[in-house]
Write a protein that binds this ligand. Structure first.
Ligand code: CO
Length: 222
């Protein structure tokens, strides 16, 4: 058993990754001979990036950063679901062990997950995940329904979804307890414009529980 299991086409597309990897290593080592030696010593990223799984929105490339700079969690439509043990584990480790300074929820225009959530179609198992996006629609139904153009509607939903997911983070005890202990932790919501490549800050950066509704602020009686 091994690579010979694959037909030629499969093998070529798989092998290409290793060829590319080798070229990538050569290029980096040429610029900095100690890059990987230093990288292997440990990580001190200042950013946790929660983005979409979409292949067009890689965290390092769109921010011009290098391996070691960004701790990453990605799922379909960059969701922060408070019962998702995977997201919570990443968040806890990033905030409490790595002590990241920024948690960035990054949506992107043209998000297939968000577009699918705005339809009444079945897509399979993912329908259960998309329900969380439909909940965002329910919170902003008036605004979204008021937009006539479907592309504009999808774009605004992408923005509102990133904003709501960032708000979800600030409702976790992980973030709230960290805010009690330190003042160098900010949560942001941004979008990536696939057509231009540019990032856009959505203006909802948060560094405390001050704007949270009382029932979501879990630090008042602790
Ligand atoms: Co997406």
């Amino acid at each position: 058993m091994g690579k010979e299991e694959m037909n030629t086409e499969l093998r070529t597309s798989y092998d290409k990754l290793f060829v590319n990897n080798s070229q990538w290593v050569d290029k980096i080592v040429h610029e900095d001979p100690n890059f990987f030696v230093n990288l292997a010593k440990g990580q001190t990223p200042e950013v946790l990036w929660i983005g979409c799984s979409d292949s067009r929105v890689p965290a390092n490339e769109v921010t011009g950063t290098k391996p070691g700079d960004i701790f990453v969690h990605r799922n379909i439509a960059n969701m922060c679901v408070h019962s998702d043990m995977n997201m919570l584990s990443v968040l806890d480790y990033a905030v409490n062990v790595l002590k990241v300074k920024h948690v960035i929820v990054a949506g992107h225009y043209g998000c297939g997950g968000v577009a699918a959530a705005l339809t009444g179609k079945q897509y399979g198992l993912i329908d259960n995940w998309l329900r969380h996006i439909k909940d965002v629609y329910r919170l902003h139904k008036g605004e979204i329904d008021g937009i006539g153009d479907q592309v504009a509607k999808d774009k605004r939903m992408v923005e509102l979804n990133a904003i709501e997911q960032a708000a979800n983070l600030s409702k976790t005890t992980i973030i709230q307890n960290a805010w009690k202990q330190r003042d160098d932790l900010a949560i942001h919501a941004i979008v990536i414009d696939l057509e231009s490549g540019y990032l856009k800050d959505l203006g909802v950066t948060t560094t405390s529980t001050s704007k949270l509704d009382d029932v979501f602020d879990l630090t008042t009686s602790v």
